[in-house]
Design a protein. Structure first.
Length: 494
């Protein structure tokens, strides 16, 4: 039947959409009754979804199509007015992204009574950009006062640049840094009537700064402000900030969530009806849907379907992987702590770490109490640790250059152990002063322990530390591949 012959037109589709929204609500409710691992494995990809729409495929298909076709003009009109669920065009949405976003929203919302939603982005930095920019809309009643926001200064190097350069320097949006995030009065003292949000990263990369989320959320809410937390390092299997009062969580999906190292992605996960004295009612009601349908549609930072599926596939076994990495990291940290060449080991799991107690309030392996192996709650502290080598920058570089199995890369949360010297890599752009403020000295090596047997990681560290007294020669290739093209290094073959 053609649309023009149908007197109900668009209304017919809206009616059908109501029915489908009801079924989807039932699916979400059913999944919320399941445990973390079950959600990670299945998400909202139900048998009905598979049999009705996906040829019975048991694994979520990768929808590489740029766009969605409509039955007729009525369906198109209803879809483009967002009156019915639609994915429309892959810059905005896509079925593969949808499966991923729902798993993300459910995992970050695990154990939280309220509802959550997610908007997936092309990278962690894009997630940080769109979640924070949502609260940085100009106040049309008073454009004279500059906006500001408050953030912990121990943040990922890219976040530091985005806040200090892209927002503060380029746009005049003042970023107010908190140096000691455990100092609650410091948070209070930075807030004024034009503050838009509070932002924190914990455990921070690389410093493992940590603070009391509940206390900082309470301060934010007293002032009618949202608290945004970067939960990349711990991830939802160890910590879920929304349960502790945070309004928005950002993830670099690239890291712990996609531990195989396949691809780049990010996610913004928010509680529905979040606290904010700024922004539209629509935005506060559902930040995930708002970002997707409006700013991200217009700015275009969303995730690609291929990356959504790669991440989703990795996330199915998130809990057991994070448990393994955490246990391995603990073994390595203890060993390094005994080594005579090591000045200091920082790992939140070590009882002597000054933030061990507060971290232990928040970092728990999800569902350990329902796990046959543990049968009770257990703390796990993740894969991120750092150590300081005696003898300054030169000795540190020697140790670093001697690793034979631990990869030298600016990366973390991998199934393979990875190390970097943040002062010359991830945190080089922000300058010496800012590094001192964030306590990132040149003899600090950040190490993320992966899924290898920890004895083999320890053996690699052992031989690398023994190299301090010797000479390290690294052979330099005469070809570097840059962006796919090979480039000759002048004189390298001499
Ligand atoms: C890597 C990282 C980011 C940025 O994520 P990308 O996916 O690389 O854009 C943000 N926060 C933290 C804590 C990170 O480690």
């Amino acid at each position: 039947m053609s649309a023009e012959m149908n007197p109900e037109g668009v209304a017919r589709y809206i009616e059908a959409a109501k029915e489908s929204a009801r079924r989807r609500g039932d699916d979400i409710a059913a999944m919320r009754r399941c445990r973390f691992d079950t959600i990670a494995v299945h998400g909202l990809y139900t048998m009905r979804e598979s049999l009705d729409f996906n040829q019975g495929s048991i694994i979520e298909p990768i929808y590489m199509s740029s766009s969605q076709a409509y039955r007729d003009s009525d369906e198109m009109e209803a879809a483009l007015a967002y009156q019915i669920p639609t994915w429309c065009y892959s810059r905005i949405a896509n079925p593969s992204m949808y499966y991923f976003e729902n798993v993300m929203a459910l995992l970050e919302g695990y154990g939280f009574e309220g509802e959550t939603s997610c908007c997936a982005t092309s990278s962690g930095m894009a997630a940080i950009m769109c979640s924070t920019d949502a609260f940085l809309q100009v106040d049309r009643n008073d454009t004279s006062r500059p906006m500001n926001f408050v953030s912990t200064c121990q943040v990922y190097g890219g976040t530091f640049q985005q806040f200090s350069m892209r927002k503060d320097h380029d746009r005049g949006i003042e970023c107010r840094w908190i140096v000691d995030s455990t100092d609650l009065d410091a948070w209070r003292s930075k807030i004024d009537e034009n503050t838009r949000f509070l932002y924190g990263e914990l455990p921070s990369n690389p410093g493992q700064a940590f603070f009391d989320i509940e206390a900082v959320a309470a301060i934010a809410h007293e002032h009618g402000l949202p608290l945004i937390i970067d939960n990349t390092v711990a991830g939802p299997a160890l910590m879920r900030p929304l349960r502790h009062g945070a309004d928005v969580v950002v993830q670099s999906v690239t890291k712990t969530l996609t531990s195989s190292g396949f691809g780049i992605g990010g996610a913004v996960i928010a509680r529905k009806n979040l606290t904010s004295k700024w922004g539209s009612e629509e935005m506060k009601a559902d930040l995930g849907a708002y970002l997707k349908q409006l700013p991200n549609r217009d700015n275009g930072p969303n995730l690609s379907p291929m990356n959504a599926m790669l991440a989703l596939n990795d996330m199915r076994t998130l809990r057991i992987k994070v448990d393994l990495f955490s246990r391995n990291t603990m073994r390595v940290a203890r060993w390094l702590g005994e080594h005579p060449r090591i000045e200091q080991v920082d790992y939140l799991g070590l009882p002597q770490h000054p933030l061990h107690e507060i971290a232990s309030k928040y970092l728990w392996l999800v569902d350990a109490e329902h796990d046959e192996q543990y049968g009770q709650p257990v703390n796990r502290y993740g894969h991120l640790m750092s150590f300081r080598v005696q003898g300054g920058a030169a000795a540190t570089r020697k140790v670093f250059d001697s690793f034979q199995r631990i990869w030298r890369a600016t990366d973390l949360g991998r199934v393979k152990s990875v190390a970097t010297i943040p002062a010359i890599s991830t945190h080089s752009q922000q300058g010496k002063e800012a590094r001192e403020m964030a306590d990132i000295p040149p003899n600090l090596i950040r190490l993320c322990v992966g899924g290898e047997h920890p004895d083999d990681v320890i053996a690699d560290l052992d031989q690398a530390l023994a190299s301090i007294d010797g000479r390290v020669t690294v052979s330099v290739p005469n070809d570097f591949s840059v962006g796919g093209a090979s480039r000759r290094v002048p004189g390298a073959d001499a």
